[in-house]
Ligand binder design. Sequence first.
Ligand code: FAD
Length: 408
Amino acid sequence: MARTARRTSRSQAREEALARATSVSVPGAADVAVLGGGASGLVAAIAAAEAGARVVVLERDLACGRTILATGNGRCNLANALPKAERYNDPAFVEAVCGDAEGFRHDVLGFFDACGLQTVCEDRGRLYPCSRQASSVREVLLARARRSGAVLAPAREVTAVARGAEGWLVEFAGAGGGVAPGEVRARAVVVSVGGGEGLLTGLGLACAPFVPVLCALACEPEDPRVRLAALDGRRAHVAARLLRDGSEVAREHGEVLFRPYGISGIAAFDLSRLAREGDAVSLCFADGMLAPADLRRLRDAAGSCAGFLDPAIESALAQGGADPLELASDLRLVVRGAAEPERAQVTRGGLRTGQFSTGTLEALGAPGLFACGEALDVDGACGGFNLAWAWKSGLVAGASAAARARLR
Ligand SMILES: Cc1cc2nc3c(=O)[nH]c(=O)nc-3n(C[C@H](O)[C@H](O)[C@H](O)COP(=O)(O)OP(=O)(O)OC[C@H]3O[C@@H](n4cnc5c(N)ncnc54)[C@H](O)[C@@H]3O)c2cc1C
């Protein structure tokens, strides 16, 4: 009964969203066409429209900004208090676009302050809306976008982008019944379609290969006596080291969640940005703060590892005959690859950054074409770095696209 009611209200909401989308009239000409109305696209649209451009946002989903709702487990970790460029795969490019960490944070928080959003800082500099609701972030962005005069046109999937006489011709298909296909002539376009192949490979620009990152890792224990199935569902705070041919490649502190196929959790997600098949992950429990000698002393004092290890983890590790004390400082897992790649938070790859001006995010060989967010080959660690990049790159691309449109 309850399930039927939920289905009915979902389909009602869909019908209403479709009706709203259908009622939007898409202008045939604009100064700036923003392709994709997710995190970076909404900010680019606001920046361009507030700079005086006539802006239209073409979004394939039934509403703009829906990608924001799933972020940070519905709470939206919207930025980091210390957005250091070294936390990204292309630090030189990120620093050239965003400035130093202080300026980067100032620009992002200043933008949200002007949107009327209050943020709060949690552990490790993670910034959230103080409502702890991702919908707050989406709401203030949609409100500011509407106030700016940008036309938000959901249920329009961009299918082709071509250079025209005075700019760009953008073709779109109507997504969902009732929404007509069409085209927009724009003096400038901002590509903000997010990660993944889709439109990006058809733009005539070079793309780096697409790889899921910030995802769980499929692993096997090096010690055959350890069974991951016995640890399934247990969480631990660890120091996690990624080892390649015995040398440390990366180290993360944070939570791991054991799964039958390997490890999930923030520490595993961060290592997934660098891990390759055949690498080893070494987990040191107790936040990695205690040396083996300290662990032995505590175990001898308590008569078990319960003083520094979740007793359920201790008993699972002991099941096959291994010594939990030995494993507590170095539980080795061999990486087999990305697990559940369809649930990855970010797609690495996309438009190669070397083709873009760092001052404007305009493609060097395609004047009037700008890109931002995950469409560019930029990805960051967990902790608000990816959204921070989406907002800041959206600000740069949107303002520059408006300036380009004025010149044409
Ligand atoms: C589950 C999850 C949780 C996350 N949590 C966090 C977090 O807490 N903090 C953080 O920093 N990052 C987080 N991220 C990453 C973050 O959401 C992305 O890095 C960010 O949204 C990228 O912004 P974007 O504008 O490039 O892409 P998106 O926000 O994905 O927006 C792209 C938009 O383009 C639209 N689109 C695609 N193709 C077309 C087309 N052909 N025509 C028209 N429209 C199109 C899409 O529908 C979408 O609305 C999370 C990601 C996921 C999946």
